[in-house]
Write a protein that binds this ligand. Sequence first.
Ligand code: ADP
Ligand code: 5GP
Length: 197
Amino acid sequence: MPASTKRGKIIILVAPSGAGKTTLAQRLMSEFPDIRFSVSATTRPPRPHEVHGKDYFFLTPEKFQQAIDRNEFLEWEEFYGGKRYGSLISEVEKELEKGYFVLFDIEVKGALNVKSQYGDEALAIFIRPPSDAVLVERLTNRGTENAESLQLRLERARMELGYADRFDHVIINDDLERCYNELRELVTTFMNQTTTY
Ligand code: ADP
Ligand code: 5GP
């Protein structure tokens, strides 16, 4: 159980695909046991090593649609060639009620949607890559994308960068250590703040 029995809060990390948010999110969670990952649902197929219920709930398009119809999503979006991604209310609320800090690794529109629903109960951070060229290099080196999906991710990245100034904070992932320390500082301050709901 978390140290406090108060209701938890939300931490949202947003970054164009390839900017480093998975790396940063994993580091935060290994350092802070009270931070729990919000496991989203998606209709995209699992990558090697991804585990159902841990990385995502991998749903068929039919099951995803059923969850939409039953209003089970806090937010959901469709992109990358019709693939859908969404955050399940039940998963998020269950952890908040237990006093955990729930970490969202979601894209920009979903993030702003969650922020607008939770207000001061949510900290929304945008992580920028240092440049377009670095983003391409990281995505290429990660080796998970073919040429078409790389192109789609880059187009989307340009759109997402246009929303950066709507976030509570923007940090640049140039050097990983420097970026993590900045993130850690923001998150620690937020977790220690008392919020009146
Ligand atoms: P995202 O979750 O935003 O798509 P990842 O965390 O998977 O991004 O990072 C994309 C790739 O870039 C990974 O191979 C990761 O190891 C690498 N990476 C992340 N941050 C940095 C950094 N500051 N410098 C160099 N490489 C990085
Ligand atoms: P990936 O396919 O690389 O795992 O994720 C693609 C994009 O979907 C990333 O930007 C990721 O943050 C976003 N994403 C993952 N889960 C959700 C979700 O529940 N809702 C929204 N809106 N975006 C999500």
